[in-house]
Ligand binder design. Structure first.
Ligand code: PHB
Ligand code: FE
Length: 335
């Protein structure tokens, strides 16, 4: 169903005379970019004007994830000040609402928008502010610069679609060449990952129903970073492997418990209180380590070398409300 026209209408002003980028308004919030920065403005709860500035590369990397993941689970914090909260049919845009200091000072703002409206605005902004040669999904060493005046676009990179399997990956009827990620090259950081294919010995008659593929070989050819893909879906159990290099562009405030299995190399995580940003824990994960992120924390990962991480999510649409009502716990286990 198409959303009503007024809901997807984008409030944008024409290109800036010097920098060439459009500016946007969403409720009380304003967004503009120049050569180096994204500037976000809003009126505080008591109607004073306030603004926040982010490195435009960091801003676009976060915006890319928020758009591509449909606002994800729970809160997507672009940094310690601005972010979104997904309510699954509507989305909050907030500044300082989950920053203890700003909240106490009364200078925060949170406004709710129909998903279609914030989605249309964010997509247009991502398109207008991403220059030719800059790919917000790529590792910093594998892409050009986000900075400077407006120059072309990179629509091919920002509208990448997930490749959808039609049935168990690799089985007949699924897309061809999937086990080598359709011929994509092995990433420089994964040159040592064996590319062999598992041996299969199905019982006669089951040849079309049994398959296996080398997940490490598949991931070694990923062209993007910090972008979990659904590799197995069993009821609401989603196994989402991903390859990570440099910094997770968001601080994720999940609305449920989530598990990490570090499959190669090393990632360190900063975990802090979801509501205030107060630091809670450092988690150093090496190959083979597992950790669970409780539903009361926000987390951001740092991966010095491209690594493989399995993110395990419980995708139940009821879980967030079961946690809110106390029916389901915020922690994976109580000792
Ligand atoms: C997370 O927020 O838990 C997350 C997001 C993207 C990743 C890995 C982890 O690639
Ligand atoms: Fe998370």
């Amino acid at each position: 169903m198409n959303a009503p026209a007024e809901i997807t209408k984008i409030l944008a002003s024409g290109p800036h005379p010097t920098f060439g980028y459009k500016s946007y308004a969403l409720g009380t919030f304003t967004f503009r970019r120049d050569e180096y920065f994204a500037h976000i403005g809003w009126k505080t709860r008591d109607s004073r004007p306030l603004s926040h500035t982010m490195d435009v590369g960091a801003f676009l990397n976060a915006l890319m994830r928020d758009v591509a993941w449909g606002f994800f689970y729970g809160g997507v914090n672009f940094d310690d000040v601005i972010g979104t909260v997904n309510h699954y049919t509507s989305v909050d845009l907030q500044a300082g609402a989950f920053n203890g200091t700003m909240k106490a000072a009364g200078v925060d703002l949170l406004e709710n928008f129909p998903t279609a409206q914030i989605k249309a605005t964010f997509e247009d902004m991502l398109d207008d502010w991403t220059n030719e040669g800059f790919d917000p999904f790529a590792a910093p060493q594998e892409t050009g610069t986000p900075y400077g005046r407006k120059k072309g676009h990179n629509r091919a990179a920002i509208t990448r679609l997930r490749e959808l399997a039609t049935r168990c990956v690799g089985l007949e009827g699924d897309l061809p060449m999937r086990t080598d990620a359709r011929g994509a090259p092995v990433n420089r950081a994964f040159a040592d990952v064996p590319q062999d294919v598992p041996e299969l010995h199905p019982e006669p008659g089951f040849e079309g129903e049994v398959h296996a593929f080398n997940l490490f070989a598949f991931l070694s050819r990923s062209q993007v970073t910090w972008n979990p893909s659904f590799t197995s879906v069993v009821k609401y159990s989603y196994m989402c492997p991903t390859t990570e290099e440099h910094i997770l562009p968001i601080k994720h405030s999940n609305d449920r418990v989530e598990w990490f299995f570090q499959m190669s190399d090393e990632i360190s995580w900063d975990c802090s209180d979801k509501d205030t940003g107060k630091p809670l824990a450092r988690v150093i994960m090496r190959a083979g380590d597992m950790a669970a992120m409780p539903a009361y924390c926000r987390h951001q990962g740092f991966s010095p070398k491209r690594s493989m991480l399995l993110v395990w999510e419980n995708g139940s649409p009821k879980l967030v409300y079961e946690i809110q009502s106390g029916e389901a716990p915020k922690v994976p286990v109580s000792f």
